[in-house]
Write a protein that binds this ligand. Structure first.
Ligand SMILES: [Mg+2]
Length: 217
């Protein structure tokens, strides 16, 4: 895809195993002692074998009773993916916009979004009562359809046509936003996602997205 220098474009990235190297729900589950169960369910959901929303509720339920101080602890363990700063700087330098839509949680994504200089981001929210996680998700769940909706809404807000949007993701819940986007890039992805993407990046360095956009890496 070659973007004309005058055009504005939108790149929407998935968060877990795309923007960051981790699955945040697994880091939270570490603290709750439920990592083994949660990692197995996450793997199956990302391969597209389980309904994402149901499986997320099931996984979040195992976090009930954790103190909300877990967000700061887990935040320190999150590892941004190699090349993420170069990618965001390159997109911004070319006049583009960067969004992140996550099946994970605002509590962890918000500080990261500020650090990275994201233009848009959207995720689930964990319910907290009296300083402890209840094991419930607040509001509508960010599933595959909600990710596609976010991409379309951000494009509309910025008056960017859908053919000038790029979606980058690794899991089955990224497929609808990849379908909605002008260009679908599988990054560090599950086999099904690689099969359905326009382009596949095997090297886990996000700056590899830049040459695909006709931008210098
Ligand atoms: Mg992911």
């Amino acid at each position: 895809m070659i973007l004309s220098s005058a055009s504005t474009f939108l790149v929407v990235l998935d968060a877990d195993s795309t923007l960051i190297q981790d699955e945040v729900i697994e880091l939270l589950a570490d603290a709750a002692g439920s990592r083994e169960l949660v990692a197995d369910v996450t793997e199956r959901a990302m391969r597209g074998e389980l309904d994402f929303a149901d499986s997320l509720r099931e996984r979040v339920l195992t976090l009930a009773g954790l103190p909300d101080t877990v967000f700061a602890e887990v935040g320190r363990r999150i590892r941004p993916t190699e090349g993420v700063h170069e990618l965001i700087a390159g997109i911004h330098a070319a006049g583009g916009v960067v969004g992140v839509v996550s099946g994970g949680f605002h509590e962890l994504l918000d500080p990261l979004a500020a650090d990275l200089g994201l233009d848009h981001w959207r995720a689930n929210r964990l319910e907290v009562e009296g300083g402890y996680l209840t094991g419930r998700v607040l509001g509508p769940i960010i599933d595959a359809e909600a990710k596609a909706v976010a991409l379309r809404e951000w494009a509309a807000q910025r008056r960017i046509i859908l053919s000038q949007t790029i979606a980058v993701g690794d899991g089955a819940n990224d497929l609808r936003m990849m379908d909605a986007a002008g260009l679908a890039v599988a990054f560090n992805a599950k086999p099904r996602v690689k099969r359905e993407a326009d382009l596949v990046i095997e090297n886990c360095n996000l700056s590899q997205v830049l040459p695909l956009l006709g931008l210098r890496g």
